[in-house]
Design a protein around this ligand. Structure first.
Ligand SMILES: *[C@@H]1O[C@H](CO)[C@@H](O)[C@H](O)[C@H]1NC(C)=O
Ligand SMILES: *[C@@H]1O[C@H](CO)[C@@H](O)[C@H](O)[C@H]1NC(C)=O
Ligand SMILES: *[C@@H]1O[C@H](CO)[C@@H](O)[C@H](O)[C@H]1NC(C)=O
Ligand SMILES: *[C@@H]1O[C@H](CO)[C@@H](O)[C@H](O)[C@H]1NC(C)=O
Ligand SMILES: *[C@@H]1O[C@H](CO)[C@@H](O)[C@H](O)[C@H]1NC(C)=O
Ligand SMILES: *[C@@H]1O[C@H](CO)[C@@H](O)[C@H](O)[C@H]1NC(C)=O
Ligand SMILES: *[C@@H]1O[C@H](CO)[C@@H](O)[C@H](O)[C@H]1NC(C)=O
Length: 480
């Protein structure tokens, strides 16, 4: 079938490496341009994106006895001495008939692990790895050094304050896989269902977490995954006597939640950050209708291409950052992000000994898998109605944004919040970290918005200390 064919092409073209943040590489654009062309016939997707009430059927639950012990990582190759927390990784089968299994990595807290909350982290793409990007480049306990073989400790890792569970989702991403290749044509609905099935099974494997406070966090296209999974959990918590997941809140970072604000916010950001001319910006304003049933005219498309060309090779995900080049002086440092980090991670994770220590299948690991985005089946135009439901449900809903990202910029987040029609409770103020402005915060009715100053798309990579301060506030449920 077509997918199998394309998969074989994909695997024979592995010389093209796909790094999530790589210069010019843009997995979100892959999926959006596909979906937008499908959308040329107007259609509307229901607000209940995941499932309707009462449609619950019990999920597959496999035997989990003894698997936790087998998943324990004794030590990662190159790990620094004195590692004082437990790590686990392995597979959870979510569909035994298809042979579909999702890979996870759990980094427990060094202190207070038994009382700290459990936090699920999801990267976006769609198609990008939560372990390779989220854990190894952003918020996990280790960073890969420039030698490609040793690790250094990230002292601002989020597992300082929570037990962090990184899930490679959906199947086909990172180390997650399916024995049925048609599963790699997936979408929002299947991704949420599989993540839910994963959680129910994982909690059987790690029963000590069953009643623990649980949070879901993620960035970019996870702006879809996180609210949809949260909605599915809350629905299933009500209508089943299976596992009740103790969901307390969600946090969405530089998140793609609404297609209209993604476009308007991005081009306004380009203009206000001196990336495009007045002429291109005005051309976009007067020719493009980005609303749900708006038509993209040829003139609009031309101005969009001009904007992309004008942007040139500015690093899309952090506009003031240096590029990875041979002249980059690579010194591993947590406070100063090394733009070549992804190369070290790719080399490290494609080492047989590393894959064995992680209990991963031997594979060619890639930070993003394009096939996933190309064959993406379903996504609603907006998930704002889902976010509104979650806001009214009583769980805590936070939106955060690194303010030097141009991919899903802070303007986009502000336009999205405007569409949520909530009112200000605590007006905009600067939040402080070590006597400097860490960013800005606004408390809305049932929603908190936080910026992280000087951070790009991958917030904890660029501003690790501010990101951890923000994350700790989120878990405490207090404005920073
Ligand atoms: C777009 O069109 C569909 C079908 O005609 C309609 O149901 C939907 O409400 C429209 N959306 C907006 C935002 O107007
Ligand atoms: C996928 O197939 C392999 C080889 O038959 C098997 O070992 C593995 O258990 C299967 N995966 C799942 C999740 O069933
Ligand atoms: C551990 O928990 C105790 C009791 O809640 C608290 O006082 C302490 O600050 C915590 N330590 C860390 C490192 O989280
Ligand atoms: C759920 O409730 C039904 C009916 O009361 C019962 O038959 C079933 O065993 C319960 N399932 C679980 C997992 O407790
Ligand atoms: C954009 O398109 C929508 C749907 O066709 C329409 O309702 C709206 O008025 C248009 N906006 C502008 C500014 O033309
Ligand atoms: C690390 O791996 C990259 C490929 O990902 C390679 O280009 C580079 O030369 C390697 N560095 C060292 C020190 O071996
Ligand atoms: C906030 O939540 C309450 C219920 O908890 C709900 O009645 C209200 O409509 C929500 N407001 C907004 C703006 O979400």
């Amino acid at each position: 079938m077509k997918i199998a064919f394309l998969l074989s092409i994909h695997f024979s073209l592995l010389v093209f490496v796909h790094s999530y943040g790589g210069n010019g590489y843009d997995p979100l654009e892959t999926v959006l341009s596909n979906q937008r062309s499908k959308r040329s016939k107007p259609h509307h997707v229901s607000n209940k994106v995941v499932t309707s009430e009462n449609s619950y059927s019990p999920v597959y639950v496999g035997p989990q006895d003894g698997l936790k012990e087998m998943d324990k990582i004794s030590s990662l190759p190159g790990q620094p001495a004195g590692t004082d927390f437990d790590q686990y990784s392995g597979y959870v089968t979510v569909d035994p008939n298809h042979g579909r299994a999702l890979f996870y990595y759990l980094a427990e807290s060094p202190i207070n692990s038994s009382t700290n909350p459990l936090v699920l982290w999801l990267n976006g793409g769609p198609g990008c790895s939560s372990f390779g990007n989220g854990a190894m480049m952003e918020l996990g306990p280790f960073r890969v050094n420039a030698d490609n073989v040793t690790l250094s400790r990230n002292k601002y890792a989020w597992n300082n304050v929570a037990n962090v569970l990184f899930l490679e989702s959906p199947a086909g991403v990172g180390f997650s896989y399916s024995n049925t290749s048609s599963d790699y044509s997936t979408g929002d609905i299947q991704t949420a269902k599989d993540s839910y099935t994963f959680l129910v099974n994982w909690l059987e494997r790690f029963p000590e977490y069953k009643t623990r406070d649980f949070y879901i966090t993620g960035e970019s296209y996870a702006g879809h995954y996180v609210p949809q999974l949260a909605q599915l959990i809350l629905q299933n918590n009500k209508i089943t006597n299976q596992t009740v997941i103790n969901l307390k809140g969600i946090a969405l970072g530089n998140a793609y939640v609404d297609d209209e604000t993604e476009n308007t916010g991005m081009f306004d950001y380009f203009w206000t950050h001196a990336i495009i001319s007045d002429e291109i910006h005005e051309g976009i304003i007067s020719n493009c209708n980005f609303s749900e049933n708006g038509t993209v005219t040829e003139t609009c498309a031309e101005y969009q291409s001009k904007a992309t060309a004008a942007r040139s090779n500015v690093y899309f995900y952090d506009i003031y950052a240096p590029l990875c080049s041979s002249s980059t002086n690579s010194t591993p440092s947590i406070s100063e992000f090394d733009p070549c980090t992804e190369n070290y991670i790719r080399s490290y994770l494609n080492t047989a000994a590393v894959q064995q220590s992680l209990h991963a299948k031997p594979v060619q690991w890639d930070s993003c898998n394009d096939i996933i985005g190309i064959f993406w089946k379903d996504m609603p135009f907006t998930v704002l109605p889902v976010i509104q439901d979650l806001m009214a449900s009583g769980i805590s809903v936070w939106i955060y944004s690194g303010d030097t990202d141009a991919r899903v910029p802070v303007t986009t987040s502000r336009y999205s919040i405007d569409k949520l029609q909530t009112s200000v409770k605590t007006p905009w103020y600067p939040w402080m970290y070590e006597d400097e402005v860490g960013g800005y915060v606004v408390g809305y009715q049932n929603l908190t918005f936080v910026t992280i100053r000087g951070a790009g798309h991958f917030v904890p990579s660029y501003q690790p200390a501010r990101a951890l301060a923000f994350f700790a506030s989120f878990l405490e449920g207090k404005l920073p």
